[in-house]
Design a protein around this ligand. Structure first.
Ligand SMILES: [Zn+2]
Length: 803
């Protein structure tokens, strides 16, 4: 934490911000803010942040304004300052984001803030441990609806006024305006005046059919999660309403603004969502709602404890999606999609303790880079293990002590441990040292003690340093479950006498965060009978183990594909099927040699074809997309497109694949048919895939030209690096490094992030991988913006695993 931030937090208290925003001009927007606050040392000086303002005044005079700061001098015990300014809209998702919907030309304005972005919208003390109450009013075009953190108090003419909010951190400030379509209801809540709170879902006008289609389910999930949280958490829901918006241009997947949660608008799918996508929506609703308590009511003091927000919300998201909202396979989804991202992140050099060292967070960009899969996926898995180790009741008691003690304030790791410690006799500080303050993960290995008579006795050993509580299961040779037991594993190996002669699977309930290495006999039985394992959660964990063995180069990509050929075809669980399909594609892209790719894709596409032809309505949406995306049969794809009942996302997958195969004739036709935002991105993706030198050159100029919005950049980057285009794309490996760096230097955090995401991911020869490695490593010797540098270092680590 920077000394000046620490000093300012000690100096300023009782902040209230009254702000009026004028959104009527599409050119820029007006801000008038009156900020009152107390100062603990009268006579001291401080400052307000305001980033990019013009015509800035302070108390009616030209402001002492430089380098994004308004100087405040000779402060009294209480102070009121008035700031006015004109502020620019942005198109990179970092600030007051202005988006025009291509479907109908309607304009939307969304304050996408978080981290240190709110200062691009309003003047503020922009750090998490100075909380302010807010009273907001907004003047907007007359056909708009405006939604903000506070509950709507009145609308007079074109001006919307919102009630004063409880105190929260500046990074949580938001408002959104536009001709939204809305589904609203009054949610039962006894402590609220009148016994109910206003709730709503809102989407762009052009997404009305999708919002109407999904409204019942969105409302059902929201209501179930709200009733659950308000039952288990002791502090009351802190805000006066709960609005949720599918907001265009958002860089994050979703953001937990108090009383006004925003989601990426593409989460409201035009086509039929897959089971993983449906589950993502449910767990994300539960995740963001958990933040109303974890993060918004009680906020980390400084960014090294961002895990206190995100690990908790992520854990709650999966847990509550299952227990309250009926998505009972949420943990199966986590096992095959979320936790693997945590293991991958934990293998990289950039790994860090879940609770990071304070001095490592030198600035907000470094903190931004730590919103990673250590903080989300590993933190989530570690808290799941903590709950399992402590027992649910004690865990929840500790959590409630924490929430109650720090309501409307800030807290750090030490405060959290104090709260947990009060709820249990167990050594939570020792647990935290082992799990939260360390890096890496343990390996749980099974060996056989054959020194005794009879079949070998399995012995479970931990390589690592953490205590684990987990389920270990025994199977017969055809993978029928025989028995399970609860095991506490620490420094001492655990002998499993009763499992002698059995196939042994540690962590069969996926309770802990550790990779497993079964003994050879067990692994042979697992690979022979994987699809016969009854529990989908255990299957998911075992599939991840096979993926992990591939990424660790213990088995070949071809072995994994062969395992899928045998055991994914009979798989009927949609989450396992889709999760493994995703993993197969990722592994093929990263680890396969160029001359193996066509063979692997053919197998994966054929597994998908089997599921499509099998007609299972839960498997078909995901499998159809994979088939359309990977099939090498152009005639088949063209015939598919000619049918008129094909799902929109499947159509775009087929158009993309045809473009990749050299037939770009379908792109314009489809773009005319689907003029939505997602259609616009899909068309960009498909055009970027066209495999000619001219098309690639044109696409490249567009990608690096600096004119694309973040989501457009993402789409073009995804399409550009085609599966089978290694030769054609060879010249762009080094250009990516040079041009990407130049673009990042003239852009913000959000763009740095998407440039990193556009790292060449395609099957390359060892020589080409080495060339790419050398170019990136050389660039990293120089001056690379923090967010991009982190992303490139991670990509280098991933690349090194393939070399
Ligand atoms: Zn979150």
């Amino acid at each position: 934490m920077l000394p000046e931030a620490r000093e300012r937090a000690a100096l300023l208290t009782d902040v209230h911000t009254e702000v009026h925003l004028d959104l009527t001009s599409p050119e820029d927007f007006g801000v008038e803010a009156t900020i009152s606050f107390a100062c603990t040392q009268p006579g001291a000086s401080s400052f307000l942040e305001l980033n990019g303002g013009t015509d800035v005044t302070l108390d009616g005079q030209p402001a002492p304004y430089a380098d994004g700061r308004i100087a405040l001098t000779d402060l009294g015990a209480t102070n009121t300052v008035r700031v006015t300014a004109r502020m620019p809209y942005v198109h990179d998702g970092d600030g007051m984001t202005e988006v025009v919907d291509p479907a109908d030309g309607e304009r939307y304005v969304c304050a996408h803030t978080s981290m240190d972005i709110t200062q691009k919208v309003i003047p503020c003390f922009d750090q998490p441990d100075i909380k302010s109450t807010f009273t907001v009013s907004v003047t907007a075009p007359s056909h708009w609806t405006v939604i903000a953190n506070g509950r709507l108090a009145s609308r007079e003419g074109d001006t919307w006024s919102f009630e004063r909010t409880p105190p929260f951190s500046s990074y949580l400030f938001t408002l959104v305006g536009g001709p939204w379509v809305s589904v609203t209801w009054d949610e039962r809540y006894a402590p609220a005046p009148g016994g109910t709170l206003p709730f709503g879902w809102h989407a762009r006008a052009s997404q009305e059919p999708e919002l109407r289609r999904d409204a019942d389910e969105l409302r059902r999930i929201t209501s179930a999660c709200f009733q659950h949280y308000t039952t288990v958490f002791e502090p009351e829901y802190p805000y006066a309403d709960f609005q949720q918006v599918f907001a265009p241009g958002l860089n994050w997947g979703a953001m937990e603004f108090p009383g006004c949660v925003v989601y990426r608008d593409e989460a409201l799918k035009k086509g039929t969502p897959t089971e993983l996508e449906r589950e993502w929506v449910a767990s994300t609703i539960a995740h963001e709602m958990a933040h109303m308590w974890f993060g918004d009511l009680v906020t980390m003091t400084w960014w090294e404890d961002s895990w206190l927000n995100e690990s908790f919300a992520d854990f709650m998201g999966y847990d509550v999606a299952g227990t309250a909202a009926g998505y009972t396979d949420a943990w199966t989804s986590a096992a095959i999609t979320r936790k693997p991202a945590g293991y991958r992140a934990d293998r990289r050099r950039s790994t860090h303790p879940i609770a990071e060292d304070t001095e490592k967070i030198v600035d907000v960009d470094t903190a931004f880079a730590n919103f990673d899969m250590i903080t989300y996926a590993k933190g989530n898995a570690s808290l799941a293990q903590l709950g399992h180790w402590l027992g649910e009741e004690d865990f929840l008691a500790g959590v409630n002590t924490h929430l109650t003690a720090h309501a409307f304030g800030n807290a750090d790791l030490a405060a959290f441990l104090d709260s947990l410690d009060a709820a249990t006799d167990k050594d939570v500080r020792g647990w935290a040292q082992a799990w939260l303050r360390s890096t890496g993960f343990d390996t749980l290995r099974v060996t056989r003690d054959t020194s005794v008579d009879g079949p070998g006795v399995p012995v479970l050993t931990r390589e690592g340093s953490r205590p684990h509580r987990l389920t270990v299961s025994a199977y017969d040779s055809s993978m029928r479950l025989v028995d399970s037991r609860d095991v506490h594993l620490g420094d001492e190996p655990v002998r499993l006498e009763e499992f002698a002669g059995r196939v042994v699977v540690p962590n069969s309930g996926d309770e802990t965060f550790a990779v497993i290495r079964p003994d050879d006999e067990s692994w042979a039985a697992i690979t022979a009978g994987l699809s016969a394992v009854e529990s989908q959660l255990t299957r998911a964990m075992l599939w991840w183990t096979a993926v992990d063995l591939t990424e660790s180069q213990v088995i070949a990509v071809a072995d994994l594909v062969a395992l899928a050929d045998q055991h994914l075809r009979p798989e009927t669980h949609p989450v396992v099927f889709e999760g493994v399909m995703r993993a197969l594609q990722l592994v093929t892209r990263r680890y396969a040699a160029p001359d193996e790719v066509a063979g692997h894709l053919a197998v994966i596409a054929d597994i998908a074809r089997g599921a499509v032809e099998g007609g299972d309505p839960l498997l078909a949406p995901g499998a159809s997309r994979v088939l359309a995306r990977l099939s090498a049969d152009a005639d088949f794809l063209v015939d598919w497109l000619a049918q008129d009942d094909v799902d929109q996302s499947v159509r775009w997958a087929a158009v993309h694949r045809l473009a990749e195969l050299g037939d770009s004739a379908h792109i314009d036709v489809e773009a005319a048919r689907d003029q939505s935002v997602s259609g616009h991105h899909a068309a960009l993706r498909a055009r970027a895939a066209v495999p000619t030198a001219e098309a690639k050159a044109e696409t490249w100029a567009r990608l690096m030209g600096g004119e694309l919005g973040n989501h457009e950049f993402d789409a073009v980057g995804e399409g550009f690096w085609g599966w089978e285009q290694a030769d054609l794309l060879r010249p762009y490996l080094s250009r990516y490094v040079i041009d990407g760096l130049a673009l990042a230097r003239r852009s913000g955090q959000g763009m740095g992030d998407v440039i990193g995401d556009a790292f060449p991911q395609l099957p390359l020869t060892a020589e080409a991988r080495l060339e790419l490695r050398t170019a990136v490593a050389a660039a990293l010797e120089g001056d690379v913006p923090t967010v991009l540098a982190r992303s490139w270092n991670d990509s280098l680590d991933d690349l090194d695993r393939t070399l």
